[in-house]
Design a protein around this ligand. Sequence first.
Ligand SMILES: [Zn+2]
Length: 579
Amino acid sequence: MLRSCSCSIHPVAGAHLGAAVPTVSSVIEPAHHGRRRSSTDRAELLVVGRIVTNDPSMPTAEAMAVAGGSIIGLGSRADLEGLTDARTRTVAPDGVIIPGLIEPHMHIWTSLLNLDWADMSHATCPTFDASVAMVKDLAARTPDGQFVLGKLFDPSLYPGETVLTRDILDQVAPHNPVIVMNASMHFVYANSAALAAAGIDDSVVDPPGGRFGRVDGRLDGVVGEASAMMMLVGALPRPTEQDLADGIRRILRTAASRGVTSLREAATGTLAGVGELALLHRLNGVERLAVRVSTAQFSVMSGRSPAEVAAAWADAGVTPFSGDEMVRADAWKVVTDGSNQGRSGYFTQPYLGETAGGRANWTPETLREVLSVGIDAGWQLMIHTNGDAAIEFALTALEELLPAEGGADLRHRLEHCSFATDDHLTRMAALGVSPSFLMNHVYYWGAAFRDTILGPTRADRLDRVASACAAGLRPSLHSDYNVTEINPLQSARTAVLRRTQTDDTVLNPAECATPAQALAAITTHAAWQIHADDRGSLAVGRRADWAVASADPWSSDPEGWADITFTETCIDGTPAWQA
Ligand SMILES: [Zn+2]
């Protein structure tokens, strides 16, 4: 269904990154319907069925006893008899009970921004001309003056990687402001009316890290990176708190429907500013969220220094590990470069057909500053690094800033970490820094990296799960939703098979993960990376967070993992989502 969007979920909070949606207050009121203390060792709940634990000491069980939101017993029914009494409720889910899956990097807020924008993905628009035709069609069906909005446009998959420019969009939509977002979320494309609506003209100065594309001094409508993109989307009508609430619940239910019980929101503050945490707590107070949310606070707010951004979070009561068992603030997000498929990832060697390999969003000095602020505040660092030069850039800074030994157990992460060298993986192990891979880079863009963007040698280094495990790291896999769909088992399948959607070839078989490595990357490793050691497996003392699946991934062929469906998830032993 095609939709032009002058309706429903309306971006965004103001003309600047992190500006507050006026209706979102930042008063944090944690809810308390998480785990309740059990007064006895008696099970409140006995779960009976085919239980797959992901715990090597007892891989399967036929019964699981739950009290106070935790697992107090696992084994045969007879084993657990002593834990039950007449008050114990027994359930027998129809399916395989597996640990709730962990999505360690996705985006609620930027996805809310374009939840109802028209889908312009490669699947919908197989050619560039089809993309242009779709904008023309949307504009024809939208009243003059109202916004036409598209998302998931992906020029990296079209021959010549042609992008939508201001002039092309003006031609097909002369009477409407148009904004189209790149699938990577690192670019938007705007026509003259959209630029004018945002008050942006040729005199605009690039904000730190952001870029307004120009040809001979005239804006060409191509806008790169969050700080510049948010100046543009700030022109859109503001969402109400109800719009945001409805959208958040939709996104969380989508995640739960893929077996997810915990997730990491990877750029908190980018839509409604520091009030986003308070809004999540408020929603959770009204009705428990469908998925536990861990947040990574965005380190950039327009016009503020990193120290001022950290102070703004602290003033709003958002400090490391603050919150509760459903909504917790855990990390400090820093983005060092752009998108590899958008040719804005930062590489040591040029992109094919170009003379440069992109550039960093920071200078070495400003990167050290923004990382230091996060470290000094006690945050886990979550550093977006796509190209090999970006990984080098981040590691060099971390080697200067992190203590050689000891220090708090913060589990700093490199996000995407897409083109790491052997040396990078070794240095990460020495620093205790782990990677989270956007694994579907291989599936969707692997062939494009190999054939048109980077060449085969570099493409082979994409998302090295096997090498990361061999280096002693604990990699996780993520969707970067809505860059790709939330589906941890699809990501795990790609990690094992490394097949590309484009031509079904295998991108570097040497980097194929074992099934066990791939499943650890969406359960225990991902849980560890979001500081949730009590999740990712079912064992005594752990959270009673599980999903009811149509098949057991641990004993089934990875080929079929993406087709496994879910009928229910539970958090602390109570239903969180049902199909
Ligand atoms: Zn991301």
